[in-house]
Design a protein around this ligand. Structure first.
Ligand code: ZN
Length: 454
């Protein structure tokens, strides 16, 4: 295939380094472009190729079944594909619209011809075999002109469901009108596998408070996903790969009575608590407040505007500016520095509640509700004193002395001949005395015995 002088000149003018080295496929592209009247002096920018043109471009140069079969000159190919304005038809989605010839092109936009995808591809790349054209048409139907009925919708609440929807291989991306509630899956920062940590950050949504809805294409690749809070049916954004599947997911959510969450609609929802690398495994959370607190029993994370764990990070481990904890008494969240400590039930309480409603047990150092605290008598350095004890300490280390109506520390309780518990106070007061056998007897009985002996 010999190039004419004129064609060689045209090629150099297009900015090709070596026109002489072009193979026959690229020569065909060059001639096509010359016939189309491409202006070589026109400033060349990487064109805003249509998704369909970009698909053909990528299939010829980068991936898919045709990769490596033809050595295409990327500069020539992109110039041809953008020059003919090769695109999916707006009227008939399974067809392609393009200018049939230069004359029509010059007459303008509304003179595009609509044709079957195979014919359109063959017109631009006439050297492809029938089989190759069929393969390219298949890709067009799989990635651009998608059959809506080919999508399968699924939902679930387990860690596996969340991780699958987030990190499984994604379907190819096509046209999508993005809005705050309809986002591009390709741009999601949470779609990676997060190999470096024990679980994918989205796994923490599997607390039972959330459901993940997702769509798979016919190859099982993820085409859309959306997280919904179960209690109020408030959803995060839909992330999807194209407009068709966004619309289908939207319909599905509408049918389920789900609406999009606003700031605060996920407040109080729980996430799994998984500590790792000095932080907590967790995703970027789309719905504000992007903050988490540790629940009062320490078993889960809670979305809360009082939280100190920052959930606006993308790196999979969320960090805290101090620890945030819930007071089991007033149920508010506080920075850990403002917490008083734990109760006998191992619940955390805040400083304010501790001051107003609790007393610290002198035995266990745990906080005891004022209505449960008891006074316990004991002997310290030979002197009777009292402490405040909680029920557990009482049960383990104190004895009720019925005749005194007092609790006494076990180590200061002795038993008389009748195994009645008495205290050193009873002895000091003379109510019990030691008999000749070294046993304590009530003073009244001792006098009787003495009287009898006399
Ligand atoms: Zn409190």
């Amino acid at each position: 295939m010999e190039l004419t002088e004129e064609e060689i000149e045209f090629g150099y003018a297009l900015g090709l380094y070596s026109v002489a080295g072009l193979n026959e496929y690229n020569i065909q592209l060059l001639r096509y472009l010359k016939e189309w009247g491409d202006n070589p002096r026109e400033e060349y920018y990487p064109p805003g190729m249509s998704p369909t043109a970009l698909l053909v471009y990528n299939l010829m140069l980068y991936d898919g079944p045709l990769y490596g079969r033809y050595q295409m000159h990327s500069h020539l190919l992109s110039r041809v594909l953008s020059r003919v304005e090769f695109d999916q038809s707006r009227e008939v989605p399974d067809q392609i619209a393009l200018y049939p010839d230069r004359a029509t092109f010059e007459r303008g936009e509304n003179k595009k011809m609509r044709t079957k995808p195979g014919r359109a591809i063959r017109r631009i790349l006439p050297f492809l075999t029938d089989k190759e054209v069929d393969q390219m048409v298949d890709e067009f139907r799989n990635q651009i002109a998608i059959d809506p009925s080919s999508y399968v919708f699924k939902s679930g609440e387990t860690q596996e469901d969340f991780v699958h929807a987030y990190s499984h291989e994604q379907a190819p991306t096509a046209n999508l009108d993005t809005t705050p509630n309809h986002k591009s899956l390709a741009n999601s920062c949470m779609r990676h596998e997060f190999d470096g940590q024990s679980v994918h950050p989205c796994a923490v949504y599997a607390s039972g408070d959330f459901t993940i809805h997702w769509a798979e294409n016919k190859y099982g690749r993820i085409a859309a996903r959306c997280i919904v809070r179960n209690s109020n049916k408030k959803a995060g954004p839909i992330y999807a790969v194209n407009q068709i599947v966004v619309d289908l997911m939207q319909e599905r959510l509408d049918d389920l009575g789900v609406t999009f969450a606003r700031n605060g609609d996920w407040n109080g929802a729980e996430l799994l608590l998984i500590e790792e690398n000095g932080g907590y495994v967790g995703p970027y959370i789309d719905i504000g407040p992007q903050a988490l607190a540790v629940s009062s029993d320490g078993s889960s994370l809670v979305i809360s505007d009082r939280g100190w764990i920052d959930a606006s990070d993308y790196d999979g481990i969320l960090h805290s500016d101090g620890r945030s904890e819930q007071c089991s008494h007033c149920e508010e969240y506080y920075h850990d520095e403002d917490m008083a400590g734990r109760t006998e039930d191992h619940d955390q309480i805040c400083d304010d509640c501790a001051y107003n409603h609790y007393t610290r047990c002198d035995c266990t150092s745990l906080w005891i509700s004022d209505c449960e605290i008891e006074t316990v008598h004991l002997i310290r350095y030979g002197t009777e004193t009292t402490e405040s004890w909680g029920p557990n300490a009482i049960r383990c280390y104190a004895t009720w002395i019925p005749h005194r109506e007092e609790y006494w520390h076990d180590s200061d309780v002795i038993y008389d001949v009748h195994t009645t518990p008495i205290t050193s106070a009873d002895i000091d007061e003379g109510a019990w005395v030691m008999n000749d056998d070294g046993e304590y007897v009530p003073a009244s009985e001792y006098e009787e015995q003495t009287d009898e002996a006399a």
